[in-house]
Design a protein around this ligand. Structure first.
Ligand SMILES: C[S@@+](CC[C@H](N)C(=O)[O-])C[C@H]1O[C@@H](n2cnc3c(N)ncnc32)[C@H](O)[C@@H]1O
Length: 291
C-alpha cells in the first residue's frame, strides 16, 4: 500500500485516458523506425491509495491501490524504448526507483528534480531528428500532471519547439480560477505574475475582464470585473496553446459531473506534419470522447 493519497474519481479517468493513448501510440508507430520515449514531468510514485467507503469487512472505510501514470506507462505494450520520470519529492522519488526495479527489461531514467527545468533541458538536448538520431528520429509522449500552477509557459514553448512531442497537460483550472479574483484590483502582483507565467502573456486581463459599465477592450483597468467563467477560461487556454502547438484538442473537464471543475485535460501535438497531426488528433479525440 502506498502512502500517496490525492485526487478523486477523476484522477483515475485522467490516468486511463493517458494509458489508452500510450497503447495507441506505441502500436501506431511500432514499425516506423522511431525511437519512442515516454516522459513524465510530475511522475509521482507510480501508485496511489484511494479510499473505498464500506469496503472493509465491517462496512468501514478501506483503501485500495491504483496505478499511477508511471506504472501505466511501464506496462504499455508494445513498450516505449525509453522512459524518463521526473519527481522532486524525496519519498516519491525513492518509491519510483523501487517501482522501476520491478522492470529490469525497461530502459528507465529517474530524475530527482524540477519538472520545468528538466523537461526544458530534455527538449533542447535530445536529438529529435537527422544526424545523431536513430532510424527516422525520436518521438515522445509527455505527461504534465501538476497539482497546481507549476508548469511555466517557457516549458510549453520548449516542448512545442521539438516538433516531436505529443503532450498531455492537466491544466489546473481551479488553481487558475482562484488567482483570477472577481475584481481585477484584487488580483495582486503575485497572482498576476503567476497567471502570466502559466499563460505566457498578460493578455488574460483583456480577454477575461471587462469594465462593469462599458466594455473597453483595450484598457481593462483595476475597476474591471471578470466576465469569463470556467468555459471561457478554458477556451482562452486552448487559444494560447494553439499559438505554439500544431494542433490542440478540445479539453476534457475533470470532474465532468458532481462538483466544480478542477482541471482541464489538454492534448496538443507539436509535430506540424499533417499526417502526424491527423493520426494523433483522431486517436486523442476518440479517447477523450469516450472518457
Ligand atoms: C498530481 S501528482 C502526479 C501523479 C502522477 N502523474 C500519477 O498519475 O500518479 C504531482 C507530482 O508532482 C510532484 N511535483 C510537484 N512539483 C514538482 C516539480 N516542480 N517538479 C517535479 N515534480 C513535482 C509531486 O511531488 C507529485 O508527486
Amino acid at each position: 500500500m502506498t502512502d500517496f493519497k490525492y485526487g478523486g474519481p477523476w484522477t483515475q479517468i485522467k490516468v486511463n485516458v493517458l494509458a489508452d493513448y500510450l497503447k495507441f501510440y506505441t502500436r501506431a508507430l511500432k514499425d516506423q523506425k522511431f525511437e519512442l520515449l515516454y516522459i513524465d514531468g510530475f511522475a509521482g510514485s507510480g501508485e496511489r491509495s484511494v479510499g473505498i467507503s464500506g469496503g472493509g469487512l465491517f462496512g468501514q472505510a478501506d483503501e485500495m491501490t491504483m496505478e499511477g501514470s508511471a506504472k501505466k506507462a511501464l506496462n504499455t505494450d508494445p513498450p516505449f524504448e525509453k522512459f524518463i520520470f521526473i519527481e522532486n519529492t524525496d519519498h516519491r522519488y525513492a518509491a519510483l526507483i523501487s517501482l522501476c526495479d520491478e522492470y529490469p527489461n525497461r530502459k528507465i531514467e529517474v530524475i530527482k528534480g524540477d519538472a520545468n527545468k528538466e523537461v526544458s533541458r530534455i527538449c533542447s538536448e535530445t536529438v529529435w531528428r537527422g544526424p545523431g538520431s536513430p532510424g527516422h528520429g525520436r518521438r515522445a509522449v509527455l505527461f504534465l500532471d501538476p497539482f497546481g500552477m507549476d508548469v511555466t509557459w517557457n516549458t510549453l514553448k520548449a516542448v512545442a519547439q521539438t516538433e516531436a512531442i505529443d503532450l498531455w497537460y492537466l491544466f489546473p483550472m481551479e488553481g487558475f480560477y482562484r488567482q483570477a479574483a472577481r475584481k481585477l484590483a484584487k488580483v495582486d502582483p503575485k497572482k498576476s505574475a503567476a497567471m502570466d507565467r502559466v499563460l505566457g502573456t498578460n493578455e488574460w486581463r483583456r480577454a477575461l475582464y471587462e469594465k462593469p459599465s462599458q466594455s473597453d477592450l483595450f484598457n481593462a483597468g483595476p475597476e474591471a470585473e471578470r466576465v469569463a467563467d470556467v468555459k471561457a477560461i478554458e477556451e482562452f487556454v486552448k487559444k494560447r496553446l494553439e499559438c505554439i502547438f500544431a494542433a490542440v484538442a478540445d479539453p476534457l473537464p475533470l470532474p465532468k459531473t458532481g462538483g466544480p471543475q478542477k482541471f482541464s485535460l489538454f492534448f496538443a501535438v507539436s509535430n506540424p506534419n499533417r499526417r502526424a497531426i491527423d493520426l494523433s488528433m483522431r486517436a486523442a479525440e476518440h479517447i477523450l470522447k469516450k472518457a
